[in-house]
Design a protein around this ligand. Structure first.
Ligand code: NAP
Length: 279
């Protein structure tokens, strides 16, 4: 079974993104990404640092806006201000959000043309009907990995476990757009193993370590493990636990699979937003 190297895919994409950013900078338009951080959560801070590092390498200006103990109104107001700021091309809002505020609601305060992580429900709607839109970077990363690995999708059975608006649903929409036959599973799915075992392409986006085992995986399937689950001993593991690692054709590891590709695609989206590819 092949382990798909997400870091290598991200490195290969970084040249294209840096070249795009350099061309914009030469035209006097250095891309600016604003990251709103409404939390002091340590895992969020770690992710924001990785966004900052990747942005710096690509030549993108990254402005991190840490809000101190904000309420819902303060987050929405900040997102409105950034949406109206012509000096900002792209906006990402981190989670967790203040009590009572969902990402979908906060996302409505991000202008669609700057919504590089697909948080605005309008972006998901546009994706659903095939209009240009930024998919959430994680969902885009799932498709990019399958593309880079030359996995045939037209007519393939794809099963996505997880139906969140930021990963499961957009990943399913993108797979349908590639003419896969898609099933979405969730916590109420009856006989998850039987449904998953039909998949040529299995995407696990749940957030439960070891939920997906060998009985969920058809021999020869390609498995994309989106889950990130911290362990008691400080490691990060995915949702998939394949001990007999010859069972699937290929799998993304955690860490080093979907994560690095996600961050790089976020940068690609920032470059596109700065170039006003999406209105
Ligand atoms: P989420 O909003 O909590 O959604 C989890 C989904 O999993 C829900 O649809 C839920 O079903 C489903 N689920 C829960 N238990 C299940 C079970 N026993 N069987 C089948 N389905 C089950 O999480 P998310 O934001 O989509 O994130 C999913 C995972 O991806 C997390 O581990 C997150 O950390 C990770 N993630 C990784 C990246 C990256 O770049 N690598 C980015 C974003 C997220 P219901 O809808 O029925 O509740």
């Amino acid at each position: 079974m092949k382990t798909i190297d997400g870091r290598a895919i991200a490195a290969a994409l970084s040249g294209e993104v840096s070249a795009r950013v350099a061309a914009l900078a030469a035209a006097g338009r250095v891309p600016v990404l604003a990251v709103v951080v409404p939390t002091d959560d340590e895992a969020t801070a770690w992710y924001v640092r990785s966004i900052q590092r990747t942005a710096a390498k690509a030549g993108i200006t990254c402005r991190v806006d840490v809000l101190d103990a904000p309420d819902a109104a303060a987050v929405n107001k900040r997102l409105d201000e950034l949406s109206d700021d012509p000096g900002v091309h792209a906006i990402v809002c981190q989670t967790p959000l203040p009590a009572g505020l969902t990402l979908a609601e906060a996302g409505t305060h991000i202008a669609p043309g700057k919504d590089v992580d697909g948080a605005n429900p309008a972006s998901l709607g546009r994706l659903a009907v095939g209009l240009p839109a930024y998919a959430p970077a994680t969902a885009a990363a799932v498709l990019e990995i399958l593309r880079q690995e030359n996995v045939p999708l037209a007519g393939a059975e794809a099963v996505v476990v997880g139906r969140s608006a930021v990963v499961g649903k957009p990943a399913a929409l993108l797979l349908v757009a590639e003419n896969a036959t898609v099933t979405i599973c969730h916590s109420r799915t009856a006989d998850l193993a039987a449904v998953c075992a039909r998949a040529d392409v299995l995407v696990a986006a749940v957030g439960r370590a070891g939920l997906i085992g060998p009985e969920h995986v058809r021999p020869g399937a390609v498995v994309i493990d989106v889950g990130t689950n911290p362990t008691a001993d400080g490691r990060l593991v995915g949702d998939v636990d394949l001990r007999e690692r010859d069972h699937a054709a290929a799998i993304t590891p955690v860490p080093g699979g979907v994560g690095p590709v996600t961050t790089m695609l976020l940068m690609r989206h920032v470059a596109e937003a700065a170039g006003a590819a999406v209105r």
